[in-house]
Design a protein around this ligand. Structure first.
Ligand SMILES: [Fe+2]
Ligand SMILES: [Fe+2]
Length: 399
């Protein structure tokens, strides 16, 4: 999905001490699960819906659709967005980064043993973060559906539309699809997690869905996606750093290449928002305020494993404590985008636009204050752990 004003260096993305070859063709089975509806915390669902209701904002559909069509037809999408996709032949694939089962049997075993030996040093808290991130990535069908529904004028109306926005959406989906595959296979091979519980969690998340952005408007969709891509970039990059610290260079490499993808995707959506700001500063600043008022919800919010009624909350707490994704990151991210899009410098706004501008520009300071208070409160709390089914019910510290 944060002020990270520069790209975090990803040295592990360009070099790996592990052999990079072969393929692992056996996909993990997606096993069936029982109904998930009752497992999604009612309280969090109610809060989410309430936040959506208070955060709605109008969108001039005719104007935004026209702008999206214009950006497509005059070649802006072709020139500025599509080059941010990697050509298929040049793109990494999960098979490039994992043990190869095309190798002789002894070599296969050696590669898997090496992966497992490195993974043995990864602490449970980092495994929990990794599983949470992987499950979130595996919710991709939901995110593609949402993007296609919300970004009116920039959607893929036929399913194989030749227009620029549609090609971007499908290309983005294809690149994202590798993220869940790669992490899923690493987790399966490492032998440290209860894969059936992990797979059930993915199943539940896809059944549970996510709350859609309101209103359906490309401004909201691009803003939300900019935050999400930066958040995932930060989260995967931090996971990679921690993996290095715990001696798993293979895991660091995997997270590093995913983070690099997220960064490219963030660039695309951020660029799209900048272009929209040029065309319609008042409409976009009001959309930005609306998205911020709902808070930028994580797409894995409705994950469930059939046991923990507050799985996403517990996963988030572990991620915060581990330094994978924290409230500070969120504050940094808001500050980054306010600066990146020049929100404070916007001129000629309506009264509503100025109110939105004031609200957004004041947010980083408010978030920092809340974060400091939360930090102080957490420091006074007694240590608390919770069992995660993902790691065979072993307890993991929340704070
Ligand atoms: Fe991703
Ligand atoms: Fe992404």
């Amino acid at each position: 999905m944060p002020a990270l004003t520069t790209v975090l260096p990803l040295p592990w993305a360009s070099s790996s001490p592990l052999p990079v070859k072969l393929c692992f063709s056996m996909r993990s089975q997606k096993l069936s699960a029982s109904s998930s509806a009752h497992l999604i915390g009612r309280a969090s669902r109610a809060l989410a819906l309430a936040a959506t209701a208070t955060g709605t904002a109008s969108c001039d559909e005719q104007q935004t659709v026209q702008l999206m069509r214009h950006l497509d037809e005059d070649g802006w999408v072709e020139d500025q967005i599509l080059p941010l996709l990697t050509p298929v032949e040049a793109a990494w694939q999960p098979a490039d980064l994992l043990p190869s089962f095309a190798a002789p049997v002894a070599e296969q075993r050696s590669q898997v043993a090496e992966l497992q030996a490195r993974a043995a040093g990864v602490p449970d808290e980092l495994l929990v973060c990794l599983v949470g991130n992987m499950v979130t990535e595996e919710g991709l069908p939901t995110y593609m559906t949402m993007a296609n529904r919300v970004a009116r004028g920039a959607s893929d109306d036929s399913g194989c539309d030749g227009r620029g926005w549609a090609r971007w959406l499908r290309g983005w989906t294809a690149e994202e699809n590798r993220h869940g595959d790669l992490l899923n296979r690493y987790l399966y091979l490492c032998g440290r997690v209860d894969m059936r519980q992990v797979e059930k969690t993915v199943h539940h998340l896809l059944r549970g869905g996510m709350r859609m952005l309101e209103p359906s408007c490309p401004y909201h969709a691009f803003i939300y996606s900019s935050f999400q891509e930066r958040a995932t970039f930060v989260s995967h990059a931090h996971t990679a750093r921690l993996a290095v610290r715990h001696g798993d260079a293979c895991l660091a490499k995997l997270c590093g290449v995913i983070a690099a993808d997220e960064k490219r995707h963030e660039t695309a959506y951020t660029r799209a928002v900048s272009r929209c700001f040029e065309a319609d500063p008042d409409g976009v600043v009001r959309a930005l305020a609306a998205v911020m008022r709902t808070k930028v919800a994580m797409p894995g919010e409705f994950m469930a494993d059939g046991r923990d009624e507050n799985l996403f909350g517990h996963f988030s707490a572990v991620a915060q404590r581990a330094g994978v994704y924290s409230a500070k990151d969120y504050g940094d991210m808001v500050e980054h985008f306010v600066r990146r899009w020049g929100v404070a410098e916007l001129e000629g706004l309506t009264d509503d636009g100025r109110r939105a501008q004031d609200y957004v520009c004041g947010l980083p300071r408010k978030i920092r204050r809340i974060e400091e208070l939360a930090h102080d409160r957490a420091a006074q709390k007694e240590a608390q752990s919770v069992s995660f089914s993902w790691v065979f019910d072993r307890p993991v510290r929340l704070h």
